[in-house]
Design a protein around this ligand. Structure first.
Ligand code: TMP
Ligand code: ASP
Length: 236
């Protein structure tokens, strides 16, 4: 597969076109950003760790019946994915209260949320990813009714697969964000699943192993991602 032009550069990944119009190469960079791009740093090895982490999780999800864009790892920092027509919405599931849910609703942190909370956000850094609902998505044409149902269904299915997977490694999947896109009339999971887009706490100590370490300046960011990878048995 031949890497061609840069298609777009996001905050942490760059997508390249290839000689196959249906395939992209995703490059996982070391750039780490938070607060909608306000805080950006280069963290050595992060691109490689997230590329391998994402490949492992996407493969687990695919095996469990969640269709994803992931095809294969190409190099330390690159993977081949299907080229999706992305929907500009972010799907979040929360199993335990944290982050913006606590700020918005004034609820205490570390409350078990049963059933888990599902939220949509608009993917728009300039607007700070505002929370939206099904009605906004329909009216503004970001996705159809059936696409909304499918995104919710798949986001819940991801929880059913990943919550026990992390639990076996002594970690709580507190919350996570997913992005979906269209491919040949089907909805596939796109973007990435890594500690950059979820919260993972040690089940016993509540130590954070995710991007909150970067957001809150706690240090040992990539070391924590690597520790999660080791606990899951991912070869780095
Ligand atoms: P929040 O508490 O900031 O709303 O985030 C909930 C989860 O979703 C958390 O694991 C971080 C993730 N997330 C992103 O990775 N990117 C985003 O743009 C948003 C809104 C959330
Ligand atoms: N909004 C997410 C965060 O706060 C993603 C980002 O801005 O990079 O981390």
């Amino acid at each position: 597969m031949e890497k061609q032009a840069e298609l777009y550069a996001g905050k942490a990944k760059t997508a390249y076109t290839t000689d196959d119009p249906d395939r992209l190469i995703l490059e996982f960079r070391d750039d780490t950003s938070a607060f909608d791009g306000e805080k950006v740093e280069q963290l050595s090895r992060k691109g490689m760790v997230n590329n391998r982490f994402n490949a492992f999780i996407m493969t687990e999800l695919q095996a469990a019946g969640v269709p994803t864009h992931f095809e294969q790892i190409l190099s330390d920092r690159e993977s081949v994915v299907k080229r999706l027509d992305m929907m500009p919405v972010e799907c979040v599931i929360r199993n335990i209260s944290a982050g913006s849910l606590c700020r918005r609703l004034g609820v205490a942190e570390d409350e078990t949320l049963e059933p888990p909370v599902f939220e949509f956000f608009l993917k728009n850094d300039a607007l700070h990813d505002p929370m939206i609902n099904d009605s906004h998505i329909i009216t503004f044409g970001w996705a159809s009714e059936s696409e909304i149902s499918r995104m919710k269904e798949l986001t819940v299915k991801v929880n059913d697969v990943l919550k026990p997977l992390f639990e076996k490694a002594g970690l709580l999947l507190v919350d996570y964000k997913l992005e979906f896109g269209r491919f040949n009339g089907e909805i596939l999971l796109g973007d990435e699943f890594s500690p950059d887009g979820c919260r993972l706490w040690d089940a016993a100590t509540r130590e954070k192993f995710d991007k909150d370490r970067f957001r809150q300046g706690l240090g040992s960011v990539v070391e924590s991602y690597e520790a999660v990878a080791r606990r899951l048995g991912i070869a780095l």
